[in-house]
Design a protein around this ligand. Structure first.
Ligand code: BDR
Ligand code: CA
Length: 311
């Protein structure tokens, strides 16, 4: 099987953590590097959290830290969702795992340039690293096959009524990515708020036994509290959608739209605006995932947790 070469750019974050756990269990992915960005928490914390998850999984991809703040704005973080550490809940040991000496942007540039086949990027945090990459090294775009990103919404936002968190944090970077010409798959809130995991499904994962399932369930328990408080029947697995739509595309239903990012709105900063007009001649720049087979998605996530060694 030809594996898909991947760079995984993230801001862990509970759902980023679950996305990493899911991704590293997929035989179809060859994850060359994990890169981190400030978002759910500051860059120092998202790097530590990435190390903890990779340590838990026993995996050692190249790891590099990227941007500590958005391209042109102050950083906004999400402690009300993920806690002060960005990954509150269970104690996960911090492995001795030195990151690369180079910045994430330089690591991405090198890996994409040197790759014999086009690289796919999974992006589950603010798009700052990619915005900087495309500004500094636009030539890399031609060797990227797809960016599968969690971000945005065609319908309601979550951080503001118009904007989803990842896009809201760095709209200028998102604008650069959405107008880059690189094929995009957008898993926004339209689909990710349907990708819910329920309490009894978390318990099934825990009952598998072993460090990965138990800590995955403990992370989900913490994350679930925020959604419960906000009236959801389950926790929204936003970031895993950006992975699963590559590995299990049959679970998703998407539509092609031309999507732009609002960077100057009084009430709409960070909004992703899709051209929904049936007669529009704007060329689609993204496949926008709108629906998911939730039950099957939870099944493959559970199988991914079960695939890790029990020790
Ligand atoms: C996104 O915001 C973050 O809090 C999550 O990790 C996810 O990437 C959802 O809006
Ligand atoms: Ca995230």
């Amino acid at each position: 099987m030809n594996k898909i070469p991947i760079i995984f750019d993230c801001d862990p974050g509970h759902d980023d953590a679950i996305a990493l756990i899911f991704a590293f269990a997929q035989a179809s992915l060859d994850i060359k590097a994990v890169t981190t960005v400030a978002g759910n928490a500051g860059l120092d914390k998202t790097l530590i959290n990435a190390k903890k998850i990779l340590g838990l999984l026993g995996r050692r991809p190249l790891l590099a830290a990227g941007a500590a703040k958005p391209m042109f704005r102050n950083l906004v973080t999400a402690p009300q969702v993920h806690g002060e550490s960005g990954l509150d809940g269970p104690a996960i040991p911090l492995p001795d795992y030195p990151e690369e000496k180079v910045n994430a942007v330089e690591l991405m540039r090198r890996l994409i340039t040197e790759s014999p086949e086009p690289v796919t990027i999974i992006a589950t945090g603010p798009l700052t690293n990619l915005g900087i990459l495309f500004t500094a090294f636009p030539e890399v775009k031609k060797n990227i096959s797809t960016i599968s990103l969690m971000g945005g919404a065609i319908g309601a936002g979550n951080w503001t009524s118009a904007a989803e968190f990842n896009i809201y944090v760095d709209p200028e970077a998102a604008d650069i990515v959405f107008s880059s010409g690189v094929p995009l798959v957008m898993s926004g809130l339209d689909v990710t708020t349907k990708a819910l995991i329920m309490k009894d499904e978390i318990d099934v994962i825990r009952s598998l036994g072993g460090a990965v399932p138990v800590l995955t369930a403990d992370l989900l328990d913490f994350y679930f509290q925020f959604y419960k408080k906000n009236g959801y029947p389950g926790a929204a697995l936003h970031d895993p959608c950006a992975v699963a739509c590559l590995t299990h595309p049959a679970l998703f239903t998407g539509r092609r739209y031309h999507v732009v990012v609002e960077t100057k709105g009084k009430h709409t900063d960070g909004m992703t605006l899709a051209d929904l007009r049936p007669y529009s001649d704007a060329k689609p720049n993204a496949i926008v995932n709108m629906d998911i087979d939730r039950k099957e998605f939870i099944k493959v996530l559970t199988e991914a947790c079960a695939a890790y060694p029990k020790a």
